[in-house]
Design a protein around this ligand. Structure first.
Ligand code: SAH
Length: 212
């Protein structure tokens, strides 16, 4: 997702109390940051943040961190937080590649990847968020029984993600190629902005849940 450059979005982010400004200094200190020992769940590529904000509202005993690389997009999330603040959610403007510099071993309980950029060219496969390179990073920061939940409308990206599991040493716990018609996996589903857009056009949504 890329929005037109929004004037002042960088400044608004720099001033926001909902944004972690020195994320590397939080590594190993997330309990202190949130002021409790509740589990920490992270969405990588949160876009405007509807999904993670809905989750944070529904689950006050879980801590959430939303990561987004573009300020113009993150700015929308900040505006929503200002209107309806949540104490169990922080945002970070950063590149997912740096995730192991921000979270230490076992600091994360669950990772959400929702409608990640497909990077269709083979030579960009390493940039795909469900690639084996990223799975290795997630392995470093997730608790032992931690899981990754991935949703996408992109059949090729989903197929790629499935094929990465074995070489990376991950286990497929659950999967569907049509989430909205899968009663079991749909239970408790929280829609993302992209999911609403694609599913309203009749596109199937793919989802997996994986663990080590
Ligand atoms: N999760 C949202 C947005 C999906 S679009 C939803 O489902 O509605 C994918 C988002 O991921 C975009 O906002 C994009 O800027 C962000 N993103 C993609 N690659 C990223 C990366 N490497 N690091 C951080 N954010 C990334």
């Amino acid at each position: 997702m890329r929005l037109r450059n929004i004037t002042g979005s960088r400044e608004a982010i720099a001033d926001s109390i909902y944004v972690i400004h020195e994320p590397r200094s939080c590594r190993g200190r997330w309990r202190e940051i949130f002021g409790n020992d509740h589990p920490v769940r992270v969405e990588i590529g949160m876009g405007k943040g509807r999904f993670i904000m809905d989750l944070a509202k529904m689950n006050p005993d879980i801590n959430y961190v939303g990561i987004e690389k573009y300020s113009s997009v993150l700015f929308r999330g900040i505006q929503k937080m200002e209107a309806d603040p949540l104490v169990n959610l922080f945002f970070i403007r950063m590149e997912a590649e740096e995730i192991t510099e921000v979270f230490g071993r076992g600091e994360v309980d669950r990772i959400y990847l929702n409608f990640s950029d497909p990077w269709p060219k083979d030579r960009h496969a390493k940039r795909r968020l469900p690639s084996r390179e990223f799975l290795r990073r997630y392995d470093e920061i997730l608790v032992r029984d931690g899981v990754i939940e991935f949703k996408t409308d992109n059949a090729d990206l989903f197929q790629f993600a499935l094929e990465e599991l074995e070489p990376a040493g991950w286990h497929l716990d659950q999967m569907t190629r049509d989430l909205h018609r899968d009663e079991e996996m749909m239970r408790g589903n929280v829609m993302t902005e992209y999911e609403e857009r694609f599913s309203s056009r009749g596109a199937p949504i793919y989802k997996y849940i994986i663990s080590r």
